[in-house]
Design a protein around this ligand. Structure first.
Ligand code: SF4
Length: 470
């Protein structure tokens, strides 16, 4: 609380990183910056001007977007495509030149830039984290202000460890009640985006609150915060609690001994004060959420799995009707068709939204009930997730069900590493974006949870997971 005025966690984080304000923008101190291969442009820009990274120990680079997910024995030099190979090698070279910590392709902790930092304890409550990827909002799950930024903003951060930002409005989304059987954090966030729309949080930083959020583990919270950007909010966060501290404690970068106790004192003061006011409030009843799938070309085009494809002809608003017609045309679907009748060509279980160990456990639980009817890939989010899954025998469950078990990376979430759909192919995917061409030119994406993806794999069409795990 500042004086007698109750503050939101968003306000507290903002104030603790604010340096000065000029023409409505604030210069903010950045604690942690996360780079990937596309951040090469920032490294190159800085290099050309002869500048150095101001605080290289606070910058972390990841080879994830471009790395292949099979055939990695020869390391980066063995990547067959020269364009992809150069992105991976050039980032590694630049990271070494600038002295930033690199989780490169051969690193034993290699993985996706939103999965490895929490695993390593780099992400801690109260930080201002920026990353050269929209889904940096993931780290809000720890009570961080976490923004995705472009390469030029990243270069500014590298040179100054600061960033100009306009203060967002504060929005609280309160979700109470029990999630039903077969309903996960992914279903929750898809249902929320369907409710508030892809621009429902534009201009706002979201605080997720309520009993449902508190009951989620850290991995589920990361899934929810990850997709905040898909509702228009660049930031989505959750106040830290005992689950957060238990997750962070003992990880390589976490504070130790006395520093840990001091850090805890600060973290416990981060939660929004009683009586703090928000610019916007939204509520959602968790009990109303069913396993969910998208049918269209934005995450807002999501429906309960027992729903039917919408009919644009009954929509009065011209713009909305045209949007639905475009979506139906791209997705090659008929109005009124049951979602469960949508046949698939591929299934992808991976990405920074849903490739953590709990996600793979959920998918494996379903995979035990059948054999894949379509090509199905499981791409763990990091080497640590991969090792843990193998120690638990999940890889065997997947391969016995006919799923392919691959190496960590972004893979078919963004389809720039050589893993992509063929034109017209239809995929159930645990990733975060179903935009046109996202998983490859002409590819069609249906966003689902890991359990729903595994169910779709063994049926060959979108399926209600509750019919498989009764
Ligand atoms: S998995 Fe997808 S959203 Fe996540 S970091 Fe990679 S490309 Fe970005």
């Amino acid at each position: 609380m500042t004086g007698n005025t109750p503050q939101t966690i968003i306000g507290k984080l903002w104030d603790s990183h604010h340096i000065l304000t000029d023409e409505g923008e604030s210069l903010m101190y950045v604690d942690v910056a996360l780079a990937q291969e596309n951040t090469l442009h920032a490294f190159t820009a800085l290099d050309k001007t002869g500048r150095k990274a101001r605080k290289p120990r606070q910058i972390f680079a990841f080879t994830d977007h471009y790395v292949p997910t099979t055939g990695r024995a020869k390391g980066p030099a063995g990547i067959p495509d020269a364009g992809i190979r150069n992105m991976v090698i050039d980032l590694q070279d630049m990271a070494n030149k600038f002295g930033v910590t690199l989780f490169g392709m051969a690193h034993e902790q290699q993985g996706i830039m939103h999965i490895v930092p929490p695993e390593q304890g780099i992400i801690q409550p109260g930080l201002f984290v920026i990353g050269n990827d929209s889904h940096t909002s993931t780290h809000g799950a720890f009570g961080c202000l976490a923004y995705g930024v472009g390469a030029s903003e990243f270069a500014h951060v590298m040179a100054t460890q600061t960033l100009w930002q306009r203060k967002p409005k504060a929005m609280r989304i309160t979700i109470d009640g029990e999630l039903g059987f077969g309903v996960s954090a992914k279903d929750l966030i898809l249902a929320l985006i369907a409710k508030i729309g892809v621009d429902g949080a534009t201009g706002h930083a979201i605080e997720y609150a309520g009993s449902t959020i508190r009951k989620l583990g850290m991995e589920g919270r990361m899934t929810v915060c990850n997709m905040s950007i898909e509702a228009g909010g660049r930031v989505g966060l959750i106040a830290p609690d005992d689950k957060t501290y238990a997750y962070v404690e003992g990880r390589p970068y976490a504070p130790k001994g006395k520093a840990w106790e001091q850090a805890l004192d600060g973290w416990r003061a981060l939660a929004s004060d009683e009586g703090a006011t928000f610019d916007r409030e939204v509520t959602l009843d968790a009990a109303q959420i069913a396993p969910t799938a998208t049918w269209g070309i934005t995450p807002e085009h999501a429906l309960p799995i027992d729903g039917v494809v919408p009919d644009p002809s009954v929509v009065k608003d011209d713009k909305k009707r045209a949007e639905l017609e475009t979506a139906l045309d791209y997705m090659a679907l008929r109005p009124g068709m049951a979602l469960q009748d949508i046949k698939l060509d591929r299934v992808f279980i991976g990405s920074c939204t849903n490739a953590r160990i709990e996600d793979l456990r959920a998918a494996a639980e379903v995979a035990k009930h059948g054999k894949a009817k379509v090509t199905t890939w499981v791409v763990p989010g990091s080497m640590a997730v991969k090792r843990q899954a193998e120690a638990e025998g999940l890889d065997k469950v997947f391969t016995e069900a006919g799923f392919e078990w691959r190496d960590p990376g972004c893979s078919m979430c963004t389809a720039i590493n050589g893993d992509y759909l063929q034109p017209g192919e239809r995929c159930a995917s645990t990733s975060n974006r179903n935009f046109r061409n996202r998983q490859g030119p002409g590819g069609r994406t249906h966003l689902v949870s890991p359990a729903m993806a595994a169910a779709a794999a063994i049926k060959g069409h979108l399926t209600d997971v509750r019919e498989i795990i009764k």
